[in-house]
Design a protein around this ligand. Structure first.
Ligand code: FES
Ligand SMILES: [Fe+2]
Length: 378
């Protein structure tokens, strides 16, 4: 590990190939696209953790992730064409099967065909998301989301509506991971979206009221739960970059599993499976993320960037269907695309954040010592 700096060992934020945090993140299944965004017989480029890949769906309906470049003279496979379950390179027509092995190379010998291959990565589709495993060795079992929900949630399979949501956020993924257990931000960051009249500009002292919380930690999970309160609130961090959330919305309960997946060290995409145990409500009280393009509005990340640049204010977007997402984006990206944590002043309300950092630190320490990771299913 001689190329790894001390900062990279200490800090979970750097996930490019070869970094400790990158190895850790690659040791788990990661979502990379909503299923509905990959039609059969289509192919597209994919960037995850500063690394390029090819993502395609065969005519057999199976989504596959492969190396970015052809084994021949290395042009990108994302401009190729899907044939059955295979992908044909656009440059000289070599064709690769779903396992990455070359099955045809026009004009070339069988011996050459037998030698040529590109790396293929395991994939899994669940609840409308495409997941892939980008690590070394065998992937861990895919987490039993429905079982987890039955044990710790509201039985996702019984929700009247279960949808996927995704958004782009222009900061490091770990800022959003930490935000999952930052319970204290909710009444402040989301005071506008929580206010049905949407007119508050200043801080309302009554919003400062925080319900008492309890924090519980297990091997690979950390839970923050309100001890009381009018509506349920329970956020569970799931190692290494996922969150299970149960929160009251205007007419019932929303449950979600969300993953914050790095595109590179300064940008990430969130993917969520969202169950609403109510008829779909357009105006949740708080904490609902959201798809990024709706009606005539700019995507949430672009609105947030205008606010951060000083060209707009949150009040300009009070009608935006994803105001909650804009609020979080402004607060999180406001910390910097790569937040500098060295000068923070952590407080009592940061208990959950501190626990996440400790869990990550102990896993990174184990990984750097070449000890086996504890990938205990949630
Ligand atoms: S580069 Fe792909 S077939 Fe030649
Ligand atoms: Fe938030």
């Amino acid at each position: 590990m001689s190329t790894v700096t001390d900062d990279q060992v200490r800090d979970p934020v750097f996930t490019s190939p070869g970094t400790p945090a990158g190895r850790l993140m690659r040791s788990y299944w990661q979502p990379v696209l909503q299923s509905k965004d990959l039609a059969p017989a289509t192919v597209q480029p994919l960037t995850v953790m500063s690394e390029q890949f090819t993502l395609y769906r065969g005519e057999d309906g199976i989504a596959r992730v492969m190396a970015p470049r052809c084994a021949h003279r290395l042009t990108v496979l994302s401009v190729g064409t899907v044939e059955g379950s295979s992908l044909r390179c656009m440059f000289h027509g070599w064709k690769f099967g779903g396992d990455g092995r070359c099955v045809e190379a026009p004009g070339e010998s069988d011996r050459l065909v037998a030698r040529a291959a590109v790396r293929a990565y395991p994939t899994w589709e669940a609840h409308g998301l495409i997941f892939t495993y980008l690590g070394e060795g065998e992937p861990p079992p895919f987490p039993d989301l429905d079982g987890f929900s039955r044990r710790h949630g509201r039985d996702l399979t019984a929700a009247p509506t279960v949808e996927t949501e995704t958004y782009l956020r222009r900061c490091n993924f770990f800022t959003n991971v930490e935000n999952g257990l930052d319970h204290a931000h909710v009444p402040f960051t989301h005071r506008l979206s929580a206010d049905p009249t949407r007119t508050k500009t200043g801080f309302d002292p009554s919003a400062a009221h925080q319900e008492p919380i309890e924090v519980t930690r297990e091997v690979t999970t950390i839970r923050v739960r309100e001890r009381s309160g009018d509506s349920p609130y329970q956020a569970t961090f799931l190692m290494p970059n996922a969150l299970h959330l149960i929160v009251g919305i205007r007419s019932g309960v929303m449950e979600q599993f969300a993953w914050r997946v790095p595109i590179d060290d300064e940008t990430h995409r969130s993917f969520a499976i969202v169950g609403r145990h109510v008829p779909r409500s357009p105006a949740p009280t708080h904490m609902v993320g959201g798809a990024e393009v709706d009606s005539d509005w700019l995507p949430a990340d672009e609105c947030a960037e205008l606010i951060l640049n000083g060209e707009k204010r949150l009040l300009d977007f009070v009608e935006h269907p994803h105001l909650v997402n804009i609020e979080d984006h402004v607060a999180q990206v406001g910390m910097g695309r790569l937040a500098d944590r060295t000068n923070e002043l952590l407080a009592e309300s940061d208990k959950g954040v501190v626990q996440i950092r400790r869990m990550w630190r102990s896993q990174l320490d184990a990984l750097v010592r070449d000890e086996p990771l504890n990938r205990k299913p949630w």
